[in-house]
Design a protein around this ligand. Structure first.
Ligand code: SF4
Length: 98
């Protein structure tokens, strides 16, 4: 079994209200910076340049549910989750479990 991250996430900072619900759910993936707006983290890297979908952060598998909950509750509706189809196909090929 392999653990291949299957989700990517990005934030549309133009819509972010800065309320911090995302950081409550997954502080390992989201961070509010000095401008009061949320950004994504990819490990120790902060995507601090509002670049829309070009700034895709990897979601650790153990945080998938938290990130999905954050997106569902985000009042700005500005958290976007994308499925890495290659990672999903790879996981299915080798029999990885969710
Ligand atoms: S929950 Fe949404 S609106 Fe609130 S800080 Fe996070 S990204 Fe911004």
């Amino acid at each position: 079994m392999i653990d291949t991250p299957r989700l990517k996430v990005w934030i549309d900072q133009d819509l972010c209200t800065g309320d911090g619900i995302c950081t409550d759910h997954a502080p390992e993936v989201f961070r509010i910076l000095e401008d009061g707006i949320a950004y994504c983290l990819d490990g120790s890297r902060v995507f601090n340049d509002p670049g829309g979908s070009a700034e895709l952060a990897t979601v650790p598998m153990n945080l998938e549910a938290d990130v999905i909950a954050a997106a569902a509750e985000c009042p700005g509706e500005c958290i976007f989750i994308e499925v890495d189809e290659h990672a999903v196909a790879l996981a299915e090929t080798v029999g990885a479990t969710a």
